[in-house]
Design a protein around this ligand. Structure first.
Ligand code: SF4
Length: 82
């Protein structure tokens, strides 16, 4: 378990112009937002929706990864194109 809530690492330690919502590890379903990297690092076997919530506007952390296609993100409904 880390000390950063549901964030994989300290917010603001990633690219300056990026937010969690821009990250490949960002997950959302409705108004629920989670970090899939946090789940991976924590070794949790539970559902992603049961992980601690994050703020989608939080500054990115050092684990930030660009989505393969910038307009695509995983959500509770699967791969979403925006
Ligand atoms: S920048 Fe990405 S890896 Fe880091 S806390 Fe936000 S969603 Fe998770």
């Amino acid at each position: 378990m880390n000390k950063f809530g549901g964030y994989a690492y300290i917010p603001g330690t990633g690219p300056k112009d990026k937010k969690c919502r821009d990250c490949a590890h960002f997950w959302e379903k409705g108004v629920k937002y989670r970090c899939q990297k946090w789940k991976q690092l924590a070794g949790k076997g539970c559902a992603i929706s049961a992980c601690p919530p994050i703020n989608k506007y939080e500054a990115a952390c050092k684990y930030f990864d660009e989505p393969e296609a910038p307009a695509q993100r995983m959500s509770g409904r699967g791969l979403e194109v925006r």
